[in-house]
Design a protein around this ligand. Structure first.
Ligand code: DAT
Ligand code: MG
Length: 138
């Protein structure tokens, strides 16, 4: 069993796609073990995207992710990280396969609806950043 951190970004919440995104993960057979909605602080946003700190888009990325509520989730399942990344699709929605979330609902790289951890180690770091242990189902 593996866990992954999934987040509906502010554009996804604003476009009323939260239910559709959750439905896809449930249908795939992953188990939802944590969920909350709130406007992220600048501190948590900068920490979450810390690997991109030197990139030219870092400032706008942090502005965007703190611009409204996000739905932060932890999903569990067999190779959950890989399964979720496959369902989310490529970073640039124009390169995301049809049938993936980004491939079906997005065109802008800066408004690509959903975040998914890129490796099991990253997932555990992100889960620890966004959730207290007591907020997750055993
Ligand atoms: P992913 O979200 O697919 O893991 P990433 O970790 O490389 O992609 O980048 C994090 C987010 O940063 C991504 O979802 C959207 C934004 N981003 C990435 N590359 C970008 C670029 N070239 N221009 C603008 N935003 C970008
Ligand atoms: Mg990433």
């Amino acid at each position: 069993m593996e866990r992954t951190y999934i987040m509906v970004k502010p554009d996804g919440v604003q476009r009323r796609l939260t239910g559709e995104i959750i439905r896809r993960f449930e249908n795939r057979g992953l188990r939802l073990i944590g969920l909350k909605m709130f406007v992220p602080s600048r501190e948590i946003a900068e920490n979450h995207y810390g690997v991109h700190r030197e990139k030219p888009f870092f400032g706008s990325l942090v502005e965007f992710i703190t611009s409204g509520p996000v739905v932060a989730m932890v999903w569990e399942g067999t190779q959950a990280v890989r399964a979720a990344r496959q369902m989310i699709g490529a970073t640039n929605p124009l390169e995301a396969a049809p049938g993936s979330i980004r491939g079906d609902y997005a065109v802008e790289i800066g408004e690509n609806l959903v975040h998914g951890s890129d490796a099991p180690e990253t997932a555990e770091t992100e889960i620890a950043l966004w959730f207290q242990p007591g907020e997750l189902l055993p």
